[in-house]
Design a binder for this molecule. Structure first.
Ligand code: NAD
Length: 279
């Protein structure tokens, strides 16, 4: 394995600016600061919304501004976290103003590396797709880079993304739409399944709090068991707990009859197609 500098020194005195300081930016900022790898005096948040700026200033003691160009100044890494519909305005404001050594990391859904490079007039661009568990440092963040991003910048980016969860590097940018469908939209699909299970518990007569406790911890247990099974296929674990003539077999029969497998597949494909349409 290639020898790498220790994690702390990779981010060292890196300065990070956020352009767009909404929900996703805050999730990332809180992870970055909690990790202690980047201190608040090296972080700046830029947002046109005044109350948002004072909120983040109070909560995280970061510098704030409503001037995007000021946020670019002196930043080693600039996180773009505005809504996709804001990007064309941002491009107008920032075209040609980005320092060549500044690394841009965009979490904006649907915008390709090429579009961002042309829009900003700069080469070093990383595209990342986090998901909402970033709020608790459990994001799954898929990312891909332009060939012009240096090895040192890649290491920096990886270290930064790790501060708010797991990072998964994708060599091909085309896979980002698949990552958006599986991981980006994934939490919502999981929430819906949890909701269905909890509500059924309530329907049967289990108090809601108890049903919630049972279902959430069961889901977590099943995920952890799968993670710790040495790469076992989920069907193996499922077969292990399906006794002949038992309750699980009865449940699985209904799940297959209802087409859950193809419903899930269709849902993820639909998210994938939608992601491609938006891009
Ligand atoms: P948000 O609306 O909470 O945040 C966007 C922020 O941008 C707002 O605070 C807004 O005031 C600010 N803004 C508007 N115009 C601006 C400008 N010209 N310059 C600077 N800031 C400006 O949205 P969000 O949920 O944080 O999403 C931000 C991005 O993150 C989106 O592009 C989305 O695709 C991406 N993303 C979100 C999620 C998610 O689950 N929320 C997951 C992955 C990626």
């Amino acid at each position: 394995e290639q020898e790498q500098p220790p994690a702390a020194s990779i981010l060292g005195d890196t300065r990070v600016s956020f352009i767009g300081a909404g929900k996703m930016a805050e999730a990332i900022m809180s992870g970055v600061l909690r990790s202690g790898r980047v201190t608040s005096d090296r972080v700046m948040a830029c947002d046109p919304n005044q109350s948002r700026r004072s909120e983040l200033k109070d909560k995280y003691e970061v510098a704030v501004t409503n001037d995007n160009a000021a946020a670019l100044e002196g930043a080693d890494i600039v996180m773009l976290a505005v809504k996709p519909q804001t990007m064309s305005r941002l491009f107008q404001q920032l075209q040609g103003k980005v320092n060549k050594n500044t690394l841009i990391i965009s979490v904006v859904a649907g915008y390709t590396i090429d579009q961002i490079q042309r829009g900003l007039g700069t080469d070093a661009v990383i595209r990342a797709m986090p998901n909402t568990p970033a709020l608790i440092q459990e994001s799954v963040t898929c990312w891909t880079v332009s060939p012009t991003v240096t090895q040192a910048q890649r290491l920096q980016a990886r270290e930064l993304l790790k501060t708010f969860g797991k990072e998964i590097y994708l060599a091909e940018e085309e896979k980002m739409d698949m990552a958006t469908a599986l991981a980006g939209s994934g939490p919502a699909m999981c929430h819906l399944m949890l909701e269905a299970m909890i509500d059924t518990g309530v329907h049967m007569g289990v108090p809601r709090e108890t049903a919630r406790d049972m279902v959430l911890n069961t889901m977590r247990g099943a995920v952890n068991l799968t993670l710790q099974s040495g790469g076992a296929h989920p069907s193996t674990l499922r077969n292990d707990i399906t006794s002949p003539g038992g309750t699980t077999a009865a449940a699985l029969y209904e799940i297959e009859r209802g087409g859950l497998r193809t419903v899930m597949s269709d849902a993820i494909w639909a998210a994938y197609r939608r992601s491609r349409e938006l891009g």
